[in-house]
Design a protein around this ligand. Structure first.
Ligand code: C2E
Ligand code: MG
Ligand code: MG
Ligand code: MG
Length: 287
C-alpha cells in the first residue's frame, strides 16, 4: 500500500501544470460524487495522557478510497475541497459522523474521552458554523465539553476578531479549542494569548527532528514550558519512537499522539489500540 502511494506522489509531482489541472478537476468531480454516495470514512487516532496512560482524546481523520484512483490522501483532496467550497458539506458530514461516534463511546465505554475534529478555516468562517455545530451536538447527544475543535494557524491570516468571537461563542457552551500544527504557521504569541484556546498541538516536524538534533529537542522542551505558562494543555504530534516519548515525558509534555501508539484506525479497532497503549506504557515505566 505504501509503495502504491509513493508511486502516485512521484507521478503527481512530475506532471506538468496542465496534467495537474486535469487531476484537480478529476478529483473535484470525484469529490462531489463521493459526497453524494457517502464514500468517505473516518479513522481515529489516540491522544494519550502521559501522566495516566489513558486516552484523553480521539482524533477523527477523514479517509477516501476511490475505485479508480485508489487511496487519495487528505493532504491532496482537502485543499481541493477548500478551493471548491465542498469542504463545507464534507465538513458537516465529518461532524455528524464523528460526533455520533464520540457520543457512542462516551455512553458505552469511555465516559471522559474527548472527540477531536479538524476544522478547515473555510468551514469555520461560514456564517452558520456555530449553528451547525450546536445542531449536531443536539442531534447526536454529544456533550459540548467532549468536543474539541482542531484549528490551524491559517485561520488567523485574516479576520482575527471574527474568528475569535465564533470560537468564544462555542467555548461558552463548553466546546474545547485546540491549535493544531503549532510552529508551522504565523500564530504570534499575541494570537495565542487572545484566542480562547484549551490545547496546543506541537507540529510533528519538531518531533521528527528531535532524535538527531539536540537543538530541536531544546525547542520542543521550550514550547512545552511556554504552553504551560499560557495555561494550556500540550499535545505532541507525530511521536514515532520510544526515545521521543521518553524525552517528551521528561520535559512534562502532557499528551502524545503518533504512530508509536498506532496509525489511525476505523472506530471498531480503537479498543484494541487502547489496550496496546496501556500495555506499552506499563511496560515502559512500571517495570
Ligand atoms: P493533522 O490534523 O495534523 O493530522 C495529523 C496527521 O498526521 C494525520 O495525517 C495522521 O495520520 C498523521 N500522523 C499521525 N501520527 C503520525 C506519526 O507518528 N508520524 C507521521 N509522519 N504522521 C503521523 P492525515 O490523516 O493524512 O491528515 C493530514 C492532514 O489533513 C491533517 O493534519 C489535517 O490537517 C487534514 N485532515 C485530515 N482529516 C481531516 C478532516 O476530517 N477534516 C479536515 N478539515 N482536515 C482533515
Ligand atoms: Mg489535527
Ligand atoms: Mg497536526
Ligand atoms: Mg496538518
Amino acid at each position: 500500500k505504501a509503495k502504491a502511494i509513493g508511486k502516485n506522489n512521484i507521478q503527481f509531482f512530475s506532471l506538468d501544470m496542465k496534467q495537474t489541472m486535469i487531476r484537480k478537476h478529476l478529483i473535484e468531480r470525484k469529490l462531489r460524487a463521493a459526497l453524494k454516495d457517502q464514500k468517505f470514512t473516518l479513522n481515529y487516532q489516540l491522544q494519550v495522557d502521559l501522566s495516566t496512560g489513558k486516552t484523553r482524546a480521539i482524533e477523527a481523520l477523514i479517509r477516501w478510497f476511490d475505485k479508480d484512483l485508489g487511496i487519495i490522501e487528505p493532504s491532496e483532496f482537502i485543499p481541493i475541497a477548500e478551493e471548491t467550497g465542498l469542504i463545507v458539506q464534507i465538513g458537516e458530514w465529518i461532524f455528524e459522523n464523528a460526533c455520533r461516534q464520540g457520543a457512542l463511546w462516551n455512553a458505552n465505554c469511555y465516559p471522559d474521552v474527548l472527540i477531536s475534529i479538524n476544522v478547515s478555516s473555510i468551514q469555520l468562517k461560514q456564517s452558520n458554523f456555530s449553528e451547525m455545530v450546536k445542531r449536531i451536538l443536539k442531534e447526536t447527544g454529544l456533550e459540548p465539553s467532549h468536543l474539541e475543535l482542531e484549528i490551524t494557524e491559517g485561520v488567523l491570516a485574516d479576520s482575527f476578531e471574527k474568528i475569535r468571537s465564533i470560537l468564544e461563542g462555542l467555548r461558552s457552551i463548553g466546546v474545547k479549542i485546540s491549535m493544531d500544527d503549532f510552529g508551522t504557521g504565523y500564530a504570534s504569541l499575541n494570537y495565542l494569548k487572545n484566542l480562547p484556546l484549551n490545547t496546543l498541538k506541537i507540529d510533528k516536524s519538531f518531533i521528527k527532528n528531535m532524535d538527531e538534533d539536540s537543538v530541536e529537542k531544546d525547542i520542543t522542551g521550550s514550547i512545552v514550558s511556554l504552553v504551560h505558562k499560557l495555561n494550556l494543555e500540550v499535545v505532541a504530534e507525530g511521536v514515532e519512537t520510544k526515545s521521543q516519548l521518553d524525552y517528551l515525558k521528561s520535559c512534562k509534555c502532557d499528551n502524545v499522539q503518533g504512530y508509536l501508539f498506532g496509525r489511525p484506525v476505523p472506530a471498531e479497532r480503537v479498543q484494541d489500540l487502547m489496550t496496546n497503549v496501556s500495555c506499552m506504557l506499563l511496560d515502559r515505566w512500571i517495570n
